[in-house]
Design a binder for this molecule. Structure first.
Ligand code: AMP
Length: 283
């Protein structure tokens, strides 16, 4: 495999992507915060099925972290990430510094409504403003034909689709299934914070969500099923449940039994916050 081209300036990124597009090559983008795992690599594979060139951005975006969150301790391992990107066949890694993305005097924020209301926003009020702003910048910088986002961050995927629709950003958004370990735990860079005992508990997260989704499909009462899920998470060892909620799968509006839905949850294990979601098939 060839080494990916590594650029840290917007100018160099633009000029490389322009060359590819002039040559008639389709370009896909995979935005990440690095500490790449198999979930990220699955997005690169999907990108390479959809386009001839794959750009991966690695940028730990400070505007999507609240002051008390884990920005400083977020795992950073660029050399290892570049090895993984080479093995996966990605063509370019965009690794801007904070000053390149947010130069002195930066003063713009993009705020998406609709699917960003509730769920994560109830607990991380500025999170999606940070995500929408950085994704809009990345799309304007790289001008990709398409971009791949994981269903692991399901609300984020819905917010990015809304952003592109509302701002007429000509980027096709492709949703990718969540990659899980052998126990069903969704892969996440934050799993690295978990000790052995916490990992055992974390692996029950997806099991409880799948059981809850199945009970909803089998006609369980929604409020009762949400209470039962929260209780099951606490019994499993989660210390705090931010939310467990059933929503409509596209708009994230109220769940309707006869339509496909999504069960989304966020819960704490010690100082680590995990999120996951599963489909609720229509009944
Ligand atoms: P992050 O580096 O956490 O910002 O994630 C970058 C992209 O990878 C996002 O589109 C995530 O949804 C996606 N992603 C993270 N974990 C997984 C996973 N386990 N399976 C599939 N996609 C994932």
């Amino acid at each position: 495999m060839n080494e990916p081209i590594v650029v840290d300036s917007v100018t160099a990124l633009r000029s490389q992507v322009r060359d590819w597009r002039r040559a008639g090559l389709r370009v896909a983008m995979v935005p990440t915060m690095g500490a790449l795992h198999d979930g990220h690599i699955s997005l690169v594979r999907i990108a390479l099925e959809r386009a001839e060139r794959c750009v991966v951005s690695i940028f730990v975006n400070p505007t999507q972290f609240a002051p008390a969150e884990d920005l400083d301790k977020y795992p950073r391992q660029l050399a290892r990430d570049l090895d993984r990107l080479r093995d996966a066949g990605a063509h370019l890694a965009f690794t801007p510094g904070v000053g390149e993305m947010y130069p002195a005097g930066f003063a713009t924020k993009i705020s998406v409504g609709g699917p960003s209301r509730g769920l994560e926003t109830d607990f991380r009020p500025n999170f999606f403003d940070g995500v929408a702003t950085v994704v809009a910048k990345l799309f304007l910088q790289a001008a990709p034909d398409c971009a791949v986002f994981g269903e692991k961050d399901y609300q984020q995927l819905c917010v990015v689709r809304q952003l592109c629709r509302d701002l007429d950003l000509p980027v096709e958004i492709i949703g990718a299934p969540t990659v899980r370990d052998a126990h069903g735990l969704a892969m996440s860079s934050r799993n690295a914070y978990l000790g052995e005992a916490e990992l055992d508990i974390a692996r029950k997260f997806n099991v409880i969500l799948r059981q809850t989704a199945a009970s909803l499909t089998a006609k369980a009462d929604e409020a009762g099923a949400m209470d039962a899920a929260a209780n099951a998470l606490v019994s499993a060892g989660f210390q705090k449940i931010d939310y467990v909620a059933a929503r409509a799968s596209v708009t994230l509006g109220p769940w309707q039994r006869h339509r496909d839905g999504r069960l989304l949850a966020a819960a704490w294990l010690g100082t680590t916050r995990l999120i996951d979601n599963v489909e609720i098939p229509a009944s």
